[in-house]
Design a protein around this ligand. Sequence first.
Ligand code: CA
Length: 234
Amino acid sequence: MDRLLVVEDDAAIGQALTTGLLAGGYDVRWARTGGSALELAVDEPVDLVVLDVGLPDLDGYEVCRELRRLRPQAVIVMLTARQEEMDVVTGLESGADDYLTKPFRLAELLARVRAHLRRAAADDSVPRTVVLGSLAVDVRGRIATVGGVDVVLRAREFDLLSRLAAGAGTAVSREDLMHDVWDENWFGSTKTLDVHMAALRRRLADAAATDPEAARHLPVIVTLRGFGYRLQTA
Ligand code: CA
């Protein structure tokens, strides 16, 4: 059973979310503070976190960064009352995979949760490793290595890399990436894709930084202006 962690200090909202998600068939923990959420994430594996940005003890974005560090593969859905694009970008840069603005319907959250977890499970059913230069992407194990060394990627960064690797050498449109890596429910701007792509490039380059041989054979993600991207050998 998928394990969910709800981080919400508002008692009424927290109770409603917990009850709704339990009814949806998930194993749910509820933390009322950022501190207790991090303690839970240390103690137990978690597949998906529903994280309120406005918490009494810690900054929600900071909690997000720490959760991401503790559980790199977990999906993080942020909840916020704010709507400025700046906050969306801050959330994504903190490691969030998705974003819901309060007030929202429980059915909407459940749909997003199902879509995210279904995608994660589908990834597990594909027995395939793509090797390109010094990069190896184990799609099933959700492991990426450069020169044999693990690259720590966030869930959506790994999805992006998998999608590009699956079509290595061919152009993938922005629309296809948004559709395959996020889903049709995603309401955010295409900035989301740019932020994740920049992070992915940075992480791959960092992974190769100490190994000149790996760096020389690291594939590049080419930007195709007005279209999308192509992953190709250097
Ligand atoms: Ca709150």
